[in-house]
Design a protein. Structure first.
Length: 321
């Protein structure tokens, strides 16, 4: 039987590449970490780490065990969180994870309605990047969260139940002084000679733009990498370039930009609600989902998909919103 505490030691060593750094993170001595690794190697029946001049790396067996250990540790954290909820009678609280564009657009209306109907429920919202939202959900630090996917990169993560909520299209942002600013809808090919503003840090909108531009027959020229959509709008407003964004990203619109539709050319993403598949949902979760779906039907019918699906595959997905 593999010891979960020793599995955590192995994961920390693999992630830091150092016995000393792992010991610091875990609050152990380096000697204690080394002893735990040796015991785990005896339990596993394989060498798990290899020492190199610049640190420690997992062996092939170590890589396999680290991959499984991460899943085991997430499940144990989630189980502990569920048991704490049960022991404390903490069924009147709800923690919701959301990506930034959702938190800045549709979600506030849902929260306002929910709080008006269920004022006694202690509601917390945590906004984060894709991987942060997933980790919080899997470890039981949130009860449900909003995620998103594009058709070419569907979410495929074991242990999640996904409810498709609605689809939103991508739009084009131009300055009010742009020659196309007086149009409501354009073709992407009309922007082939433009400079483009995209999100920084390998944001998925770069791939969205590149895929759409390729279909339109050109390669976009990137003029600026912005840290957020507010910065992107500001740069568009002064003519540095044009930008593509999901419609929810301009819920708060800069006064000096115009938003142009792309019609059938517009890349579309699915917005989803995610919950852990094995969890017994609390009354607070059920109530929140009921309010959410009521407002989704009001705002997005008839384009609202009704599919609920389990996601049994490997961990994949985009990383920000």
């Amino acid at each position: 039987m593999l010891n979960p505490q020793r599995l955590e030691v192995l994961v920390r060593v693999a992630e830091t590449g150092s016995i000393t750094a792992a010991a610091d993170e875990l609050g152990y001595t380096p000697s204690a970490v080394s002893q735990q690794l040796k015991k785990l190697e005896r339990e596993a029946g394989h060498p798990l780490v290899r020492r190199r001049p610049r640190g420690i790396i997992p062996t092939d067996a170590g890589h396999i065990l680290v991959s499984h250990a991460r899943k085991v540790l997430r499940q144990l954290d989630a189980a502990a969180a569920d048991l704490r909820d049960l022991a404390e009678g903490n069924r009147g609280s709800l923690i919701v994870g959301a990506f930034p564009t959702m938190a800045a657009s549709f979600l506030p209306r849902v929260l306002e309605t929910f709080k008006s109907r269920y004022p006694a429920i202690d509601l917390t919202v945590s906004s984060g990047r894709f991987d942060e939202l997933l980790e919080d959900l899997e470890r039981g630090r949130s009860h449900l969260c909003f995620l998103w996917e594009y058709p070419w990169q569907p979410i495929n993560i074991e242990g999640l139940r996904l409810q498709e909520l609605f689809r939103e299209d991508s739009v084009i942002l131009v300055s009010k002084r742009h020659p196309l600013a007086d149009q409501d809808q354009i073709n992407l090919a009309q922007l082939r000679d433009e400079s483009w503003i995209v999100r920084a840090n390998r944001h998925p909108v770069v791939e969205v733009l590149e895929r759409a531009a390729e279909k339109a027959g050109f390669r976009p020229s990137i003029a600026l990498y912005a840290n957020n959509y507010q910065e992107a709008q500001a740069m568009v407003s002064v003519g540095i370039g044009v930008a593509m964004a999901p419609r929810s990203a301009i819920a708060i619109q800069h006064p000096d930009i115009r938003v142009l539709a792309l019609g059938d050319e517009a890349p579309v993403r699915n917005v989803l609600l995610a919950q852990r598949e094995e969890r017994v949902y609390s009354p607070a979760e059920v109530a929140f989902r009921s309010v959410l779906m009521e407002l989704v039907r009001q705002d997005f019918t008839p384009s609202v998909p009704s599919e609920t699906r389990s996601s049994p595959g490997a961990r994949t997905g985009p990383h920000s919103a």
